[in-house]
Ligand binder design. Structure first.
Ligand SMILES: Cc1ncc(COP(=O)(O)O)c(C=O)c1O
Length: 405
């Protein structure tokens, strides 16, 4: 008996990502395949590089995609930068900082961490003191950590890295497109992202940008594979510990020499291309403003219902809010009712916040007024049915007031 065809239920994905993909992105992904060295394909690859330079606000030549989810981009960056024994400093303010430290440990780096409580971000002096103490080759930090909804200011940290001759790697998966990120103006060396948050696509492709000085470090470890190596290609430095995530080889594949590496994930590239094209067409500052507006409307709405929010709001990501689950309520029951009765998904949370907050996203294709108002209206009904004291009409009303302002 063959399985039934895939027929997903209609959903409004209002969690911390993945979010409902923009139908234009899905349409682009259904385009017919071409060969990986077809001139049409190589032209799309060049377009992707140009488009993502605009999305990252950089002139970095080495701006491309790593195939895989956002985590693939993180692994590629760290395994290509870090040699066994290299010192790396990871400032941790949420779950994804722990992930950076864990991946750096797997690279056999000498990993040092500093932490601040969840719901807060680092003051630059704390990072500066740690950088002076550790003298790291690389500082690896998350920009927006969806686990806590906090967005770490990066300009000062980048400056500290420059002054102390450290390479700065940033995970901008959750922030890019919905919060200001200025790669060159701030002086970030390597940044990696994903499509499934503010870029409005599905997960499965990790845009990356790499500065000249990071390219030098990575190419200082270049070992071209046997079988495609030309006579005279010499190997340099310590070989990168992963073949798939070897950015020296991935850069050669995306570069003029088109030296074969993996088979580029064509349909994902079509999707990534459309995500960036739509953002550039809208304008990056305009997209950030859109996320700010709908994020503020959602924040006003949940407060209008009488709920409280988590974390230092001065540093909240535009695109996600953590809402404290009222005492006596089972957060998972509320999430299930939203999904079953309204087709709306909101997020649970991890680690110390598990069972304490819901995470509600307003990002990418769902950074829209109707998505915000529908979610608030449904949330009110579900909370009321569960016996929570909520202000009647308070959520939608407060959000509409924010829009009217
Ligand atoms: C900040 C951050 N980094 C990394 C990831 C991991 O992304 P992926 O699941 O696409 O590998 C996420 C996913 O939520 C994230 O929010």
């Amino acid at each position: 008996m063959p399985a039934d065809p895939i027929a997903p239920p209609p959903r409004l994905l209002m969690g911390p990502g993945p979010i409902t993909a923009d139908p234009r992105v899905l349409r682009a992904m259904s385009g017919p395949l071409v060969g990986q060295f077809d001139p049409a394909m190589t032209a799309y690859m060049d377009d992707v590089m140009t488009l993502y330079r605009q999305v990252f606000a950089t002139t970095n030549e080495q701006t491309m995609l790593v195939d895989g989810t956002s985590r693939a981009g993180i692994e590629a960056a760290l395994v290509s930068l870090l040699e066994p024994g290299d010192r790396v400093l990871v400032p941790i303010f949420g779950r994804f900082g722990h992930l950076l430290a864990e991946i750096a440990e797997r690279c056999a780096a000498d990993v040092h961490t500093v932490e601040v409580p969840w719901g807060t971000v680092f003051e630059p002096e704390v990072v500066e003191a740690a950088v002076r103490d550790v003298q790291p080759k690389v500082v690896a930090v998350v920009h927006g950590d969806t686990s806590t909804t906090m967005c770490q200011p990066l300009a000062d940290i980048a400056e500290i890295c420059r002054r102390n001759d450290a390479i700065l790697y940033c995970d901008v998966t959750a922030s890019l497109g919905g919060n200001e990120f200025l790669c060159d103006a701030w002086g970030v060396d390597v940044a990696t992202a994903g499509l499934q948050k503010c870029l409005g696509g599905p997960s499965g492709s990790a845009p990356i940008t790499i500065s000249e000085r990071a390219v030098e470090v990575i190419n200082g470890r270049k070992h071209i594979e046997a079988g495609i190596r030309s006579e005279g290609d010499s190997a340099h430095g310590t070989r990168i510990a992963s073949n798939y995530f070897d950015l020296a080889m991935i850069m050669d594949y995306w570069g003029k020499q088109r030296l074969n590496h993996h088979t580029e994930a064509t349909s994902m590239l079509y999707g990534a291309h459309e995500c960036a094209r739509l953002l550039v067409q809208e304008g990056l500052p305009e997209a950030v403003e859109r996320h700010r507006l709908h994020g503020e409307a959602m924040l006003a709405g949940v407060r209008g219902l009488g709920l409280h929010v988590y974390g230092d709001l001065r540093h909240k990501l535009n695109n996600v809010v953590a809402v404290l689950i009222p005492d006596g309520l089972d957060g998972d029951v509320v999430r299930e009712a939203l999904l079953d009765d309204f087709g709306i998904e909101i997020g649970t949370s991890f680690g110390p916040l598990h069972g304490k907050v819901w995470r509600i996203g307003t990002m990418g294709y769902n950074a829209r007024k109707d998505a915000v108002l529908t979610t608030l209206a449904a949330l009110e009904q579900v909370l009321r049915a569960e016996g929570a004291a909520v202000t009647a009409g308070g959520g939608v009303g407060a959000a509409r007031e924010r829009y009217a302002a």
